[in-house]
Design a protein around this ligand. Sequence first.
Ligand SMILES: CC(=O)[C@@H](O)[C@H](O)COP(=O)(O)O
Length: 257
Amino acid sequence: MAEFYGTEVASRLMLGTAQYPSPAILEQAFRRSGAGIATVSVRREAGGERAGGAFWDLVRQLGVKVLPNTAGCHSVREAVTTAHMARELFDTKWIKLEVIGHADTLQPDPFGLVEAARILTDDGFEVFPYTTEDVVLGERLLEAGCKVLMPWGAPIGTGLGLTNIYGLRTLRAQFPDIPMVVDAGLGLPSQAAMAMEMGFDAVLLNTAVAKAGDPAAMAEGFALGVKAGRLAFEADPMEPRDMAAPSTPLIGKAFLT
Ligand SMILES: CC(=O)[C@@H](O)[C@H](O)COP(=O)(O)O
């Protein structure tokens, strides 16, 4: 079980709800993934033609915990206002905080992110900040009251996987007791498995499933990848070594003990 702000969730896979070909396919993808948390872009969904109930009802019917997000917000003010809308709509203190700082890379604005995180945690929100693998930024977010970090794997929507493995490993190692979710940029289940093998607590993704030829099958693929990676992490993997070593070193001795 993973735990975020005192809430235990059985599945370590979190899925986004955008860009699916149809509501039915979105629902199938969630069922097959077994995801326990759905993230929803409050600003985009509230502003589009789907505004007004039907989409929110669909999300509520999924029977998963909702993590509303501030996707599309480029300023502290927009993000804080959107978080307040989300709290009313979904009656939750949880908010995935995105403050985008760069239009091309969708890289978070580190300064705005920390400022918004502080305002929201002071106001009783439980903030899941979408951040980079930067250790100093991670530290500032924790000081601002965040109890979870969500470093990117790669820029949103790219499917590039874990582009800075060293940085992610360093962040994980610096704050071993903080729940961390790799969020964004994952394209394949093997990349999700790798994040889990590195000791991250969960992964969050959207595009790779929604844009797959068969989103439901891809959702199940990611669920299996996440399970495999977590099992491997818990199984205490062997240390890689440079020197070859025979797997059957002693004639007539099948076991070490
Ligand atoms: C849905 C959502 O919250 C995205 O902003 C998130 O970061 C997922 O990114 P990908 O679409 O790259 O998986």
